[in-house]
Design a protein around this ligand. Structure first.
Ligand code: HEM
Length: 388
């Protein structure tokens, strides 16, 4: 079956509904001629995400995938994946993430301080885009003077055809982090836990036991920036659009800010930042829901499709912040489950909470919000809002 991004752009959820009706595993061909198997239902998607016969290494594909950006950990399988994930998890601890809360609040407030009251603001450009990149810079210990440049290089890596290729941008980021590692190394000492920032902790882990190559260290920084940036921008943008379009749920949230974590989870399920971007490669012939997927074939796990599966979620197309049948797949599942989920959840809650607290009269501008021109990611390019 040929899938066309235009159908996804017009209404991705209608497109996914049609594909779910076609079957749990649908052979598709995109307009570039790339063929893959799309998993459309929740049960099969969850099983595929933890199936060791499905590899994350694009080089194992029979054709077509090796041209993308290759990143350590996210594109590796055990035992390499296990080694890298353990190292980063230790440095990227829940304590380190929670300790960022006051700085995230400060950054969010600082961005709102720049808004012109009474004017129209693009919530993506002025808030949802800069916030995550500034937070990752804070996490990694990027000096404040370098942050504006990094913000430009990290721009919209998933957006195809916009300026530099994703590879060129990833190379520029890698060159920057190589220099930053060299500058930080003389300052790093002692145990990984005592380090002031994540990059220093990773340098310490690398130098202490030689379990990380220099190239892996640099590529991990690039990975954190790429994986943690646009996804979080999309979460904040999608959440604000959903709330502004559902005034009764917005009112409930304003009345009880304790609902913020539930709002973040429901937006992740209902209109999460990733569409069908999560790829695997079959390392042997595999039968999924009665369909044979041959060795070397590319499998795309449709996270957005699975999260609207009516067999798993009651009234799945409805945004309902009071829902208790949670457990969406927006952060994936299994050994590659999003490493940054606690940081994304924290940023989502702080961002939405700050906008609602600071801007009591916030309303959608008449001009329509614009979506990214790709079915891989799900996010807004602009979200004009009036600051009444
Ligand atoms: C992995 C989604 C934010 C870092 C993943 C995966 C998903 C995901 C679905 C699994 C991919 C797969 O199984 O193929 C999201 C969403 C986010 C978000 C929806 C925001 C709402 C972040 C942040 C960071 C981050 C803020 C870090 C700063 C990572 C890393 C991996 C990953 C390093 C690879 C983990 C591994 O392969 O073991 N993310 N992510 N993500 N994410 Fe996130």
């Amino acid at each position: 079956m040929l899938i066309d991004d235009r159908e996804f752009l017009a209404d991705p959820h209608a497109a996914y509904a049609r594909l779910r009706e076609t079957g749990p595993v649908v052979p598709v061909r995109d307009p570039n001629g790339v063929e893959y198997w799309l998993i459309t239902r929740y049960a099969e998607a969850k099983a595929a995400l933890s199936d060791p016969r499905l590899s994350k290494d694009p080089r194992r594909a029979a054709s077509g995938l090796a041209e993308g950006v290759f990143l350590p950990m996210v594109n590796s399988d055990p035992p390499d994946h296990t080694r890298l994930r353990r190292l980063v998890t230790t440095a990227f601890s829940a304590r380190r993430v929670e300790s960022l809360r006051p700085r995230i609040e400060q950054i969010a407030d600082g961005l709102v301080d720049e808004f012109q009251h009474g004017a129209t603001v693009d919530l993506i450009d002025a808030f949802a885009f800069p916030l995550p990149v500034l937070v990752i810079c804070e996490l990694l210990g990027v000096p404040p003077a370098h942050r504006a440049a990094l913000r430009g290089w990290a721009a919209r890596v998933l957006q195809v055809g916009d300026g530099d290729s994703p590879r060129a941008r990833a190379r520029r980021l890698a060159a920057y982090f190589t220099k930053l590692v060299a500058a930080k190394r003389p300052l790093v000492s002692g145990s990984a836990h005592a380090q002031p920032d994540l990059l220093s902790a990773l340098i310490c882990a690398r130098d202490g036991e030689h379990r990380l190559s220099e190239d892996e260290l640099v590529q991990l920084c690039v990975l954190l920036l790429i994986a943690g940036h646009e996804t979080t921008t999309n979460l904040i943008g999608n959440a604000m659009l959903a709330l502004l379009r559902h005034p009764e749920q917005l009112a409930a949230l304003r009345a009880d800010p304790g609902l913020l974590p539930a709002v973040v989870e429901e937006v992740l399920r209902h209109d999460g930042p990733l569409g069908r971007a999560t790829l695997r490669v079959a390392t042997e012939d595999i039968t999924i829901a009665g369909t044979l997927v041959p060795a070397g074939a590319v499998v795309s796990v449709g996270l957005a499709a699975a999260n609207r599966d009516g067999d798993r979620f009651t009234d799945a197309d409805r945004l309902d912040i009071g829902r208790s049948d949670g457990k969406h797949l927006a952060f994936g599942h299994g050994i590659h489950f999003c490493l940054g989920a606690p940081l994304a959840r924290l940023q989502g809650a702080v961002a939405i909470g700050t906008l609602l607290r600071r801007l009591p009269g916030l309303a959608l501008d008449d001009r329509a919000a614009q979506w990214l021109p790709t079915g891989l990611a799900r996010g807004l390019i602009t979200l004009p809002a009036r600051l009444n």
